[in-house]
Design a protein around this ligand. Structure first.
Ligand SMILES: Cc1ncc(COP(=O)(O)O)c(C=O)c1O
Length: 415
């Protein structure tokens, strides 16, 4: 077994400076204090499937920037498109022609889409979808699955601080994949039912992932059709990773409105809302905008990213990497006598320990051992593969995860 050398001195120094000038030292989903010891907070570089922290430690990265990195970091085609646009300028008094090119590409790629609007973050996109749905229907009630994440605006943030009951007054809940609870929520909404916001996969933090039951997805479509409500698919996390036509296309369920971000521009800041002609008048009636929503370079990145996905086998390579990782981890866990479960789509994997406790001690220990050996995984949020995770890279990662399992198995025996 290799000796573990993992110095985080520079990281510690930056964390201590951050304490003075950044609220709480760090905030949001990238605050690594919720993670086991060994996870660096500050990063310095990335290339392909690799990431380097400020202390020079290198990782095979299975978080992909929490989703945005789809083709690998610094992908030549994407970066060339960004450089070419940036050389001519990025922030103008109006968008570049690339906005039209990208909207055409989205409409051509996504079967449900008759139009596209562009924004920055996933929260912009989900919030705009809700606003458009309310404008279109003149109704208020929006249904979401209990525990699902749709962004950090007051209507959907998971933390209650600073949020008023009024911000959520017209939000109601159902249980994912539970048709009875969905029907109940729809019936309670009565004639005030504006929309359902739903993720293609159940990916609530701190629990196993759950694929959508096709019957549940079809029932959602039927209930929205019957009531004239909008079916909003939140494809911010899964979008362009599972299926180029939209993540529920294989189920034959098309959204009225869909929210996109994360992987749409391979790490460059961009989000999109797409929709059907029925929602076109409402989408042009609402006022949604932002200073950076029209920047040309991220749009050029998106055109290059989506074109690469359309013209190559990148999607298949992401899935192959996920299959290889899943099979390798399953064999290793079994060899170490550890019972694990692997859930979700293979491109968005998650491993949980069957006999773990509430605090997820085993998952924390295993991912902590892995990160110290140069594999960046997460104890309770799904991971991501990219098309840069070649068979060789995944094999390198697996050598190290095996050692991490061995360390966890030893701890378990001692307990
Ligand atoms: C399913 C889903 N919806 C919405 C969001 C919000 O996106 P953003 O963080 O870009 O605002 C996320 C972010 O993780 C997400 O996973």
């Amino acid at each position: 077994m290799t000796a573990v050398q993992h110095d985080l001195a520079q990281d510690r120094a930056l964390r201590s400076r951050a304490e003075a000038v950044i609220p709480g030292g760090m905030y949001g989903h990238m605050d690594v204090r919720t993670m086991p010891p060994g996870f660096p907070q500050f990063m310095s570089e990335g290339q392909g499937a690799w990431l380097r922290d400020v202390d020079g430690n290198e990782y095979v990265d299975f978080m992909c920037g929490w989703g945005p990195v789809l083709l690998g970091r610094r992908h030549p085609r994407v970066e060339a498109a960004v450089a070419e646009q940036t050389a001519r300028g990025d922030c103008f008094n109006g968008p570049g022609p690339v906005m039209v090119e990208l909207a055409e590409l989205l409409v051509d790629t996504l079967p449900h889409a008759d139009w596209a609007m562009l924004a920055k973050n996933g929260t912009d996109a989900t919030t705009a979808c809700v606003t458009i749905a309310r404008a279109a229907t003149g109704k208020r009630r929006v249904l979401v699955a209990r525990g699902a994440y749709h962004g950090a605006a007051p209507w959907c943030t998971p933390r209650p601080a600073g949020v008023l009951p009024e911000d959520r007054a017209h939000l109601a809940h159902f249980d994912y994949n539970d048709v009875a609870s969905l029907r109940e929520a729809v019936s309670a909404a009565g004639d005030d039912f504006a929309a359902v916001v739903v993720s293609p996969v159940r990916q609530d933090v701190r629990r196993e992932q759950e694929l959508a039951d096709p019957g549940f997805a079809r029932e959602l479509r039927a209930l929205c059709d019957a009531a004239g409500a909008a079916l909003i698919v939140d494809d911010v996390r899964c979008g362009f990773r599972l299926d180029l036509r939209g993540s529920w296309a294989p189920l034959g369920v098309e959204p009225d409105l869909a929210a996109w971000s994360k992987a749409i521009a391979n790490g460059h800041p961009l989000a999109a809302v797409t929709g059907t002609d029925a929602f076109r008048p409402a989408s042009s009636s609402v006022y949604v905008t932002g200073s950076f929503w029209y920047s040309a370079a991220p749009m050029a990145a998106a055109v290059a990213t989506i074109s690469e996905l359309r013209e190559t086998d990148a999607l298949q390579r992401m899935a192959d990497a996920g299959e290889q990782l899943r099979a390798g981890l399953a064999a290793q866990a079994a060899a170490h006598g550890l019972e694990v479960r692997q859930t979700g789509p293979v491109q968005m994997p998650l491993l949980t320990f069957v006999h773990d406790d509430e605090a997820l001690t085993q998952a924390q220990a295993w991912t902590g051992e892995a990160v110290r050996r140069g594999v960046y995984l997460h104890p309770w949020h799904n991971w991501f593969t990219s098309s840069a995770h070649t068979p060789e890279v995944v094999a390198r990662a697996l050598e190290r995860t095996d050692e991490a399992f061995a360390a966890v198995a030893r701890v378990r025996v001692r307990v």
